[in-house]
Design a protein around this ligand. Structure first.
Ligand SMILES: [Zn+2]
Length: 1008
């Protein structure tokens, strides 16, 4: 599953932030096509024409319900006397036979899960599904569906209860057949009922199911095709002015149970045979190809799909739509199709994704040395989806913004983002679909891998982008170290007990720290041994489940084969079961020649936060750290050597050093930790950067910048060191160190932009940027796909420098943006290069008058290119006119002009605009109950919003406002609020302790 990660392409010029702009966030991007055109009621639409069969069904159920209720009322007095509260929850929506129920409930202790296994948080484990036959009939005219599932079960431990998952389903009938008994109803069902608290459905039998025998269970049910984003849900788009509907599934992590009764935990792998019946004007898709298609006389069609391999329920998928497709076939005969709205297919918007998918299947087959398992792979582009994409086996679903591309208006970053989402999902076809984590606490394993492979796989497609060696550092490593340096962080492996906890584990720690740890390990092991371990892991566990220890074992074995005896589990448990990461300090030993002292401690931004939290305070964090080390002088750097640091403090002897020799740790930043040195060593490193930066690798230059800013921010270094280091930027010709620097500078900008001496700071930054800005100039024309490969480094650097120049107030940059906008308005032809459109639009809106805002607003409505639409919307948040900002906020939330999922981004972007900060913060508090109701359940969404509107708060008064608000907000989003408080506290603390020191140096700086 990929979630949206906008790599710093946010507008209002502050692409950095903890868990936001530069991160993916999912839970629904937009419903662009559907929602901008027609006003849509926000409540679920029930009604319209109800299908005849359903009318009858409803009538019968209502009648049954009335009769049952009467009986229930009559019996309830007696019943309650012996059972307490059991009936109130358990009998929810069922047809219980009370005379029998009574003895079950009265003979046993009520809430003992051993006696009533449906009360357990996990399925009891006495039964195991082997195969499902699932028939679904889809009524898109009234958004309902009916289904029949027939399951083959193996009994592992004798039991009277069949407990399986079902949520929001109306079960009409449940029958159980014995092994040799083909006659329906042969096993007497005592009663069946829902236990809503655990989202389970229970069939209680008269007789026990015997262990080691197989049984069949047949259940018929009905449900709604909801206007939500989970289970089997609907969305829409317009084609030639008509609204068209489609229905698609999203089962991960726990929503298959909303579509059919099943054993909805990843360990219960089974085979599935699916049939979908719908009006023949639609087509249907599922994980496997259609085996047979039967057309009824009444204009309905039933598609029977082939049997799947053994798989987990959450990777099952189907869709009913009237899309068209393009296809390609791999050398191995696998058919890849991309399905999308007919006009998108016609425009060729899916061609790029289709093309790279074909190359990627081949890439992964070669890398993992394991063939793709299914005969086909469909990529489905939907207008609305909770995540960027979902890797259902053989039918991956993408939100349109992450798979459709219009080359002439898309920026390099849009192309890169889309590429990485596709690379991510295709990786999951092996890591996830084929081998599935045992349970959700190890979700980081599959997500960390897929996130790491985004970089490896993109390098395969675009070798010159150098993603794994370079972009990984800023976008993954630096990003997650911000989060994981907070006292409110958590270990990457988190215990998960129940369904409602599961969403919690899909966070940036899982994705980004997971990827960073895997990269560290891959570098320690070496490419070929790493690949060997992966191949062994995949072939051993294919079609099954595996946990982290299984992987560590395979890696240890692979290392042993190479004669290296490293206990990978022992090393990795330190990194996965403890939160945070270390800062390694390397100090030259004055008294002994060629001797260094290496210490490790838990890196934390706000040391007070740790002191305040006794639980954390008492833990003595320690890691086994693969520290790579090199020494250098003005003209030369040694090759790296590795030191395993496992003690709190260690002394090591190293080769010759003189006064001018510097030390450099964590070569190419392959390790997940920070490195600090004595001040003398920092001085030597800074001198080296000023004199001849290329002696130090690009990755290390970016790493030094990120480390230095963050060490200073946390108080490990004086505030002048980061300011001194960026003096070398005029010499820096590579994108990555600039990117690392600008992320840190935007953070400081947020802290400082309301201080009296802000101009000293912004002038200082502009001076470092000016020469490179003038040297590179502005892009002249659009970068088309064919030269993207070669142009990436220069174009991204140019963009980064222009963004810095415009946001810190370079006059030339402002004039250029204004003239580009003016030309667009006067000619009505947009000749602005796509790669800088966001900067130009935003600068134009912020500097020019209201007419420009109206012009962009109009273009937002008329634009049909998906990437362009979002850029236009975000530009509207750059105005310094609070009236317009207010209008935008209100329109976003209360009308259908802005797609649901883009509303959050609008609020955050307003918050990032210095003129909109207080507006966004106030608006957030006023609308919290609405926002929380709408996005509260969505992964990432709330925490992204909370972070976005609070990260710039930095005074004691604002901190109190935040704390007061949390008090009255009535709970919810506790983790995100705890993190917000910690960040704001650290901001306040920085002002108190370091602001004066910071400006003091700037005032005296020779460079000022
Ligand atoms: Zn994923």
């Amino acid at each position: 599953m990929a979630v949206d990660n906008k790599r710093g392409k946010g507008l209002s010029f502050t692409p950095m932030g903890i868990e936001d702009a530069s991160m993916r966030n999912g839970r629904g991007l937009s419903d662009q096509w559907a929602d901008t055109v027609v006003v849509r009621p926000r409540t679920t639409e029930r009604h319209i024409t109800v299908h005849k069969r359903l009318v009858l069904g409803f009538a019968i159920s209502i009648l049954t319900l009335i009769v049952v209720t009467i009986i229930a009322v009559l019996l309830s007095v007696r019943f309650e006397g012996c059972t307490g509260d059991a009936s109130s929850r358990a009998a929810n929506g069922t047809v219980p036979k009370f005379n029998h129920s009574r003895d079950i409930l009265s003979n046993h202790r009520e809430d003992d899960p051993a006696v009533q296994p449906w009360r357990q948080l996990r399925l009891p484990g006495s039964l195991r599904p082997l195969h499902y036959d699932l028939k679904i009939t889809v009524f898109l005219d009234n958004f309902t569906f009916s289904g029949e599932v027939s399951m083959e079960l193996e009994c592992l431990n004798a039991t009277k209860f069949i407990v399986l998952h079902a949520d929001k389903l109306e079960v009409a009938k449940a029958l159980v057949y014995g092994e040799h008994n083909k006659k329906p109803g042969a096993m007497k069902v005592h009663r069946h009922f829902r236990y809503a608290a655990n989202q389970v459905f229970v069939i209680a039998l008269h007789r026990e199911l015997k262990s080691q025998r197989t049984y069949k269970v047949n259940i018929t049910f009905e449900a709604q095709i909801e206007n939500e984003l989970l289970g089997f849900f609907r969305s829409s788009y317009t084609l030639h002015g008509d609204r068209r509907y489609l229905a698609v599934t999203q089962f991960s992590p726990t929503h298959a149970r909303k579509a059919f009764p099943c054993f909805d935990e990843p360990i219960y792998k089974a085979t599935f045979k699916i049939s979908l019946k719908h009006e023949s004007t639609y087509l249907s898709l599922s994980n496997m190809p259609v085996e047979a298609s039967v057309l009824d006389e009444d204009g309905w069609v039933t598609n029977h799909f082939s049997r799947t391999p053994r798989m987990s329920t959450y990777y099952l998928a189907w869709a009913v739509c009237n899309f068209t497709f393009k296809e390609t076939i791999t050398d191995n005969g696998i058919t890849i199709r991309l399905y999308a709205r007919p006009n998108a297919i016609q425009r060729g918007s899916g061609d790029y994704a289709l093309h790279i998918t074909k190359r990627l299947l081949r890439f992964y087959e070669d890398y993992f040395k394991v063939k793709y398992s299914l005969p086909k792979l469909d990529l489905l582009a939907v207008p609305k989806h909770p995540y960027a994409a979902m890797e259902n086996w053989g039918l991956s679903v993408f939100v349109e913004q992450k798979i459709l591309l219009d080359p002439e208006v898309s920026s390099i970053s849009y192309l890169m983002e889309l590429t990485m989402v596709v690379v991510h999902e295709i990786c999951h076809q092996w890591f996830g679909d084929l081998v599935t984590p045992v349970w959700w606490e190890d979700v980081w394993l599959k997500e960390g891998f897929a996130h790491f492979f985004e970089y490896v796989g993109t390098d395969f497609l675009f070798p010159e982008w150098n993603m794994e060696k370079q972009r990984f550092l800023t976008d993954v490593l630096h990003e997650v170290m911000l989060l994981d340096g907070l006292a409110s962080s958590h270990p990457i492996s988190q215990e998960v007990y129940q369904a409602t906890d599961i969403d919690r584990v899909f966070d940036w720690i899982a994705y980004k720290k997971g990827a960073a740890l895997i990269r560290m390990l891959a570098n320690v092991m070496g490419q070929s041994v790493f690949q060997m371990g992966l191949n062994d892991f995949l072939t051993t566990h294919m079609y099954g489940n595996a946990g982290r220890d299984d992987l560590w074992n395979k890696f240890s074995e692979a290392m042993q084969k190479e004669g290296k005896d490293i206990n990978i589990k022992e090393v990795m448990d330190r990194w996965t079961l403890q939160m945070g990461y270390p800062v390694v300090t390397i100090i030259k030993n004055e008294s002994m020649d060629n001797c260094i002292t290496i210490t490790q401690e838990h890196f934390i931004y706000d040391i007070d936060a740790k002191i305040r939290n006794p639980e954390l305070h008492n833990i003595s964090f320690q890691w086994q750290i693969p520290l790579t080390l090199a020494i250098g002088n003005s003209s030369h750097i040694s090759s790296e050597s590795i030191i395993w640091v496992s003690n709190r403090s260690e002394s090591h002897k190293i080769s010759l050093m003189d006064e001018d020799t510097w030390l450099l740790g964590n070569i190419n930043q392959t390790g997940y930790f920070r490195v600090n040195y004595d001040l003398q060593n920092w001085r030597l490193l800074i001198e080296q950067l000023l004199r001849e930066p290329e002696i130090i690798s690009v990755g290390n230059r970016a790493g030094l910048i990120d480390d230095v800013f963050n060490l200073a921010r946390a108080g490990y270094l004086p505030q002048n060191i980061p300011l001194e280091i960026i003096c070398y930027l005029p010499q820096e010709k590579e994108f990555l160190p600039w990117h690392a620097a600008s992320r840190s500078l935007y953070h400081l900008d947020k802290l400082l932009d309301r201080t009296e001496e802000y101009n000293i700071f912004s002038d200082y930054v502009l001076r470092q940027v000016a020469s490179m800005y003038h040297r590179l100039g502005w892009p002249t024309n659009a970068v088309n796909g064919s030269i993207v490969q070669a142009a990436y480094q220069t174009e991204e650097l140019r963009r980064e420098v222009i963004m810095l120049a415009c946001s810190f107030g370079n006059k030339h940059c402002h004039r250029q943006a204004v003239s580009l906008i003016s030309e667009w308005i006067s000619s009505n032809k947009n000749r602005i290069p796509p790669n800088v459109r966001d900067i130009v639009y935003c600068t134009g809106v912020s500097l020019m008058d209201e007419d420009v805002w109206e012009f962009i607003w109009m273009k937002f409505h008329s634009s049909i290119a998906i990437s362009e639409k979002k850029v236009l919307l975000e530009a509207l948040t750059c105005s310094d006119n609070t009236f317009l900002l207010n209008r935008l906020l209100n329109l976003s939330l209360s009308s259908d002009l802005v797609p649901d999922q883009d509303v959050i981004d609008v609020i955050i972007h307003v918050g990032r605009n210095p003129h909109g900060r207080h507006l966004a913060w106030r608006y957030f508090r006023e609308k919290w109950s609405i926002l929380n109701a709408r996005y509260g359940e969505a992964l990432f969404m709330n925490s992204k919003l909370i972070n976005g509107v609070t990260e710039f708060l930095n005074t004691e008064a604002e901190l109190n406002e935040l704390k007061d608000f949390i008090q009255i907000s009535g709970g919810g989003a506790a983790a995100a609020f705890a993190r917000a408080v910690e960040i704001v506290e650290a901001n306040v603390r920085w002002h108190g302790l370091f602001e004066e020191q910071f400006f003091q140096w700037l005032r005296k700086s020779p460079n000022s």
